[in-house]
Design a protein around this ligand. Structure first.
Ligand code: HEM
Ligand SMILES: *[C@@H]1O[C@H](CO)[C@@H](O)[C@H](O)[C@H]1NC(C)=O
Ligand SMILES: *[C@@H]1O[C@H](CO)[C@@H](O)[C@H](O)[C@H]1NC(C)=O
Ligand SMILES: *[C@@H]1O[C@H](CO)[C@@H](O)[C@H](O)[C@H]1NC(C)=O
Ligand SMILES: *[C@@H]1O[C@H](CO)[C@@H](O)[C@H](O)[C@H]1NC(C)=O
Ligand SMILES: *[C@@H]1O[C@H](CO)[C@@H](O)[C@H](O)[C@H]1NC(C)=O
Ligand SMILES: *[C@@H]1O[C@H](CO)[C@@H](O)[C@H](O)[C@H]1NC(C)=O
Ligand SMILES: CC(=O)N[C@H]1CO[C@H](CO)[C@@H](O)[C@@H]1O
Length: 318
């Protein structure tokens, strides 16, 4: 009895572990890695989309693949996918294709939440970025709620105190905030995510004084010609495919695209983390990034017998 109880407690409160699928699906991680290595080199911009998907997943109900759930017409539930922060998330079909390979190998064993975590890491590595450890054993959630995504995923117009609180609510500190924001060294943004800074910052047709005026003028003259421009821009122009330190250099030059990037300069602690990263080496940044990503990947995870292993990543099992 006691043994059973201990086993029960252990199984419901289990932690993530390295190579969780070693016995249940030994080839799982290799299948993910091979698929990523085969396809990401042809579509390198997806690496940015996939790490962002992982971030958005973890910030709402923990890393439980709730970001992947479709709106269900029967319940009419508005899922995380349709919340404004997610409208620009891409890569859902990439996850679905990895899932079908894993379902063919070991049906009902590998969670969509682990797939999102593994794919994000492998895709960043495949494009020359940092490696981080991805312990596995996450299970999939059964709830996805658009209003929670809107409330819990930081917005591009978030100020320092909002960012600090949003991250602290997920167990992440100021160093994690600065280090993880460094992911903006790759990828693109739609102009609409920041055109208020160019055209109407306080509602009187003004520009954000925290944004370098030359940079603003350039954006207004080229890619982001109106407040409703749907064009996309590189967040780290010139090296948007390279995972390097240039995001931080831009932020210090007041050329971070979002108010959330600029906000990192408004607090002396985060500012000195930035100068520290720039003063150190890229290797140090990669190590810090790895540590913060592993931490992010553990946010609110469901393990043991919590949640389920979805059959299709876009729908809860029936
Ligand atoms: C600190 C709070 C953050 C805010 C406010 C924020 C906001 C945004 C916004 C508004 C975009 C552009 C979306 C678009 O218009 O297409 C974006 C893109 C991106 N974000 Fe963040 N982000 C934050 C943190 C993070 C973190 C923690 C990561 C990953 C570790 C991340 C990774 C990315 C990447 C890679 C892109 C480019 C996506 C692509 O190319 O499709 N961001 N972010
Ligand atoms: C949809 O909403 C119902 C009622 O609030 C809830 O029980 C169910 O878990 C929700 N489904 C998802 C996928 O969030
Ligand atoms: C979604 O979350 C909001 C805010 O927590 C809550 O008020 C609402 O009832 C939830 N919706 C569903 C369908 O559960
Ligand atoms: C930051 O933004 C929040 C939410 O919009 C607001 O309540 C708060 O006053 C702002 N803080 C500062 C210091 O501007
Ligand atoms: C600027 O913002 C103000 C207040 O939100 C709004 O009334 C005005 O129409 C906006 N101007 C433009 C050009 O969008
Ligand atoms: C965007 O704004 C410009 C200038 O205000 C306007 O002429 C144009 O019709 C708008 N486009 C859309 C798609 O709303
Ligand atoms: C989920 O929705 C997308 C479109 O938003 C659709 O292509 C896909 O087939 C749906 N998946 C499932 C399993 O219903
Ligand atoms: C992938 C996905 O579901 N994207 C949706 C994001 O939200 C917009 C607006 O609600 C939808 O049109 C997209 O289909």
């Amino acid at each position: 009895m006691l043994l059973l109880l201990v086993l029960f407690v252990a199984s419901t409160r289990a932690d993530l572990e390295m190579n969780f699928y070693a016995k249940s699906c030994p080839k799982a991680e290799k299948i993910v890695l091979d698929y990523v290595n085969k396809h990401i080199p042809n579509a390198p911009s997806l690496a940015a989309a996939l790490i962002r998907m992982h971030f958005h997943d973890c910030f709402v109900r923990g890393c439980d693949a709730s970001v992947l759930l479709n709106v269900t017409s029967s319940t009419g539930n508005q899922t995380e996918k349709v919340a404004p922060p997610n409208q620009t998330v891409r890569g859902y079909d990439f996850i679905d294709r990895v899932k079908s390979l894993l379902e063919a190998e070991c049906p009902g064993v590998v969670s969509c939440a682990d797939i999102v975590s593994l794919v994000a890491r492998d895709a960043i590595v495949a494009t020359g970025g940092p490696f981080w450890r991805v312990p596995t054993g996450r299970r999939d959630g059964v709830i996805s709620n658009a209003s929670e995504a809107l409330a819990q995923i930081p917005a591009p117009f978030s100020n320092f105190s909002t960012l600090q609180t949003d991250f602290a609510n997920k167990g992440l500190n100021l160093k994690d905030l600065v280090v993880l924001s460094g992911a903006h060294t790759i990828g693109i943004s739609h102009c609409t995510s920041f055109t208020n800074r160019l055209y109407n910052f306080t509602g009187v047709g003004d520009q954000d004084p925290a944004l370098d005026s030359e940079y603003a003028a350039n954006l207004k003259a080229n890619k982001c010609r109106s407040i409703n421009s749907t064009t996309k821009v590189e967040m780290d122009p010139g090296s948007f495919r390279t995972f390097d330190l240039s995001y931080y250099t831009l932020v210090l030059k007041r050329r971070g695209l979002f108010e959330s990037d600029a906000a990192l300069l408004t607090d002396s602690r985060t500012r000195s983390i930035i100068t520290g990263i720039l003063g150190g080496s890229l290797n140090n940044f990669f190590q810090e990034f790895a540590a913060s990503m592993e931490k992010m990947g553990r946010i609110g995870v469901k393990t043991g017998s919590a949640g389920e292993i979805r059959k299709h990543c876009a729908v809860v099992n029936s």
